[in-house]
Design a protein around this ligand. Structure first.
Ligand SMILES: [Zn+2]
Ligand SMILES: [Zn+2]
Length: 147
């Protein structure tokens, strides 16, 4: 197993683990890195199949628990509103999602004006809004024909 700990993409990983006193283990590195390389917002089982190619004896339960831990410490995000199984997002920066209703792909995009959408006054009074996210749904370029 090749592990390059000097890899820049692991900066956030190291920082979050340190802040939360989480041990940096090869398993955790591999799980995080596979998620980071996944552009499709995989659920635990999909990611497990990828991690298994690198660590053949890892269990789905381990991957599941590791992802829950990562999400608890803010290293990864859950993609909201897609029901079960929970899907994970390695990109914690502000961005939006397009979801294909046919193949269930979740595609990242960023559109600045969406950050400036107004929160209705009564919501603003009752709640503390910490995140505004736009979700677009429809058919992706691969599924366009099935409309
Ligand atoms: Zn599609
Ligand atoms: Zn995303």
């Amino acid at each position: 197993m090749k592990l390059n700990l000097r890899d820049d993409s692991l900066d956030l990983f190291r920082k979050k683990c340190k802040e939360n006193k989480l041990k940096i283990t090869p398993q955790r590195i591999v799980i995080y890195r596979e998620l980071l390389n996944s552009k499709d917002h995989p659920n635990a089982e999909v990611l497990y199949r990828r991690v298994k190619k690198i660590i053949p004896d890892i269990s789905l339960d381990t991957v599941n628990r590791t992802l829950l831990t990562f999400s608890k410490i803010g290293l990864v995000k859950n993609v909201e509103g897609y029901g079960e199984p929970r899907r994970y997002d390695p990109d914690v920066k502000k961005h939006h999602h397009f979801r294909c209703l046919n193949c269930n792909s979740i595609i990242d995009f960023y559109h600045k004006p969406y950050d400036d959408i107004m929160v209705p006054g009564d919501i603003e009074k009752r709640f503390t809004v910490t995140n505004k996210k736009v979700l677009l749904e429809g058919y992706c370029d691969k599924c366009g024909q099935t409309k």
